[in-house]
Design a protein around this ligand. Structure first.
Ligand SMILES: [Fe+2]
Length: 387
C-alpha cells in the first residue's frame, strides 16, 4: 500500500518543526522556500503540499500557480497554511488552485483532519485516474484487435476476388505468367510516374484482376482454336463491363481500383477503344497503364497459334501507338522503365521455372496461388493482341 508523502513548505523553522511533529505519522519532506519546493515537487511529486504564503522569493500563491501550470505537479493538492486570515487572501488561495486554506494559529486537530481528508480524496482520484488509464489501454488494445481482424477480413475478401481473377486466367490453357508479368510491368510504369509504394501495391493486386470478366464468357469462345467471328468478338468485348460488375460495390480500395482497371483496360487514348470509347484523360490512369502492359505482354509471348514478336518489334509497336492507342505520357514512362520491363519479361518468361505469382517488388500482402493466364484466342493485329 502506498504510504502518502507530504511536502511542508514554510520559511519559519519553528513552523516546520510544529507541523512535522503534528504530521509525524506521514512520510514528510520539509523545505524553507518556494523555488526549492517547486523543484522538489517537479522531480518527485508528493501526495500533498502544505504551503505557507508569505515567504521570501516566490510566495506561496506563485508557487501554487506554477504547480498548477505544470502537468507533472498540477494534480498535487495544495493546502495553504498562513497567518493571512482576511477574505481577500483566502479567496486568492482558492483562485490560484489551493484545495484548502488554514489560518494560523491553527487547531492541530483541524490540520490533521483536513490533511487526512485531502489525502484520501487524492488517493481516490489517483485510483480513478489509474482505472481510466487501464480502461483506455484495454479499449485501445481491443480496438487494435478489431482493426486487425477487420484488416484480415478485408485481405481475405481481396484474396478471394484475386483468386477469382486468377481463375479467369485458367479459362484457357496458357502458361499462367501473363497476368503476373503484366502486373509487374504496370508497377514498373507507375513507379516511373512517381507513385508511392502503397499505391504500387494496390495497383499490383488490381492489375491481377483486370480480366476477371472472362469468368462470365463462354469457354467455347475463349478456347476456340481458330479466329473469332464478329459475333464472338462482340461477346468477348463485354468482359470489361462484366468484370467491373463483378468487382462493383466493394469498400476495399484494391477492389475499387481493380474495378476501374477491369472496366477501362481496353479503352484507347484516341477514343476508339471499348467498352465506352473513352478518350484521353477521361480514361482512368490505371486503365491507361494496364492497357500498355497488357498489349506489350501479349505481343511478346509465343502461343500455339502465333509466334512471339521480337522485343524490339513489340517496343516499336508501343511507341508507334503513342497518342493513338496509348497515353503518350504513359508510353514515356513505359520506356523509362524499359530495363525493369525486360527483367520481368525474362524472369517470368513462359519457359522460366519461376512460380508465376512470386512478386519481384513486394512482400505479397495476400497469398497468391499459382495460376495460368488468359490470352486472346486470335492475334491478328495489335487491336486483337490483348483481350
Ligand atoms: Fe482484357
Amino acid at each position: 500500500m502506498h504510504s502518502p508523502e507530504i511536502l511542508i513548505v514554510d520559511d519559519t523553522p519553528l513552523n516546520l518543526d510544529v507541523l512535522s511533529s503534528l504530521l509525524a505519522t506521514f512520510r514528510l519532506r520539509v523545505v524553507g522556500d518556494g523555488a526549492t519546493a517547486l523543484r522538489m515537487a517537479q522531480q518527485e511529486p508528493p501526495d500533498l503540499i502544505l504551503l505557507d504564503v508569505m515567504m521570501p522569493g516566490l510566495d506561496g500563491f506563485e508557487v501554487c500557480r506554477r504547480l498548477q501550470a505544470d502537468p507533472r505537479t498540477c494534480e498535487i493538492p495544495v493546502i495553504f497554511i498562513t497567518s493571512l486570515g482576511d477574505h481577500e487572501n483566502e479567496t486568492m488561495g482558492f483562485e490560484v488552485g489551493g484545495v484548502d486554506y488554514i489560518t494560523k494559529p491553527f487547531n492541530p486537530m483541524v490540520v490533521r483532519a483536513r490533511v487526512q481528508t485531502h489525502l484520501e480524496l487524492k488517493a481516490v482520484w489517483d485510483a480513478l485516474r489509474d482505472e481510466n488509464a487501464r480502461l483506455e489501454s484495454r479499449v485501445e488494445a481491443r480496438t487494435a484487435e478489431l482493426q486487425a481482424a477487420l484488416d484480415r477480413l478485408r485481405e481475405s475478401a481481396v484474396d478471394t476476388v484475386l483468386r477469382l481473377g486468377l481463375a479467369a486466367e485458367y479459362k484457357d490453357d496458357e502458361t499462367g505468367k501473363h497476368v503476373m508479368r503484366m502486373a509487374h510491368y504496370a508497377v514498373a510504369v507507375a513507379r516511373q510516374l512517381g507513385w508511392e509504394v502503397e499505391d504500387l501495391d494496390r495497383l499490383f493486386h488490381a492489375a491481377l484482376m483486370h480480366d476477371i470478366g472472362k469468368l462470365a464468357l463462354p469457354d467455347s469462345i475463349l478456347q476456340k482454336p481458330g479466329p473469332l467471328d464478329a459475333a464472338e468478338w462482340a461477346i468477348v468485348k463485354r468482359h470489361p463491363i462484366l468484370g467491373a460488375r463483378i468487382l462493383s460495390g466493394s469498400d476495399s480500395d484494391i477492389i475499387q481500383l481493380a474495378e476501374a482497371v477491369a472496366l477501362t483496360h481496353h479503352e484507347k487514348w484516341d477514343g476508339s477503344g471499348y467498352p465506352h470509347g473513352l478518350r484521353a484523360e477521361d480514361i482512368p490512369l490505371v486503365g491507361r497503364i494496364v492497357a500498355i502492359c497488357d498489349v506489350f505482354d501479349a505481343l511478346t509471348v509465343r502461343r500455339p497459334y502465333k509466334r512471339a514478336f521480337p522485343l524490339d518489334k513489340a517496343f516499336s509497336i508501343v511507341r508507334q501507338s503513342s497518342g493513338s492507342h496509348f497515353d503518350p505520357a504513359v508510353v514515356q514512362a513505359f520506356f523509362a522503365a524499359e530495363s525493369e520491363v525486360l527483367r520481368v519479361h525474362h524472369r517470368y518468361g513462359d519457359d522460366s521455372p519461376d512460380r508465376p505469382l512470386t512478386p519481384i517488388v513486394f512482400a505479397a500482402r495476400v497469398a497468391h496461388p499459382s495460376a495460368p493466364h488468359f490470352l486472346a484466342p486470335e492475334i491478328a493485329s495489335i487491336d486483337d493482341t490483348s483481350v
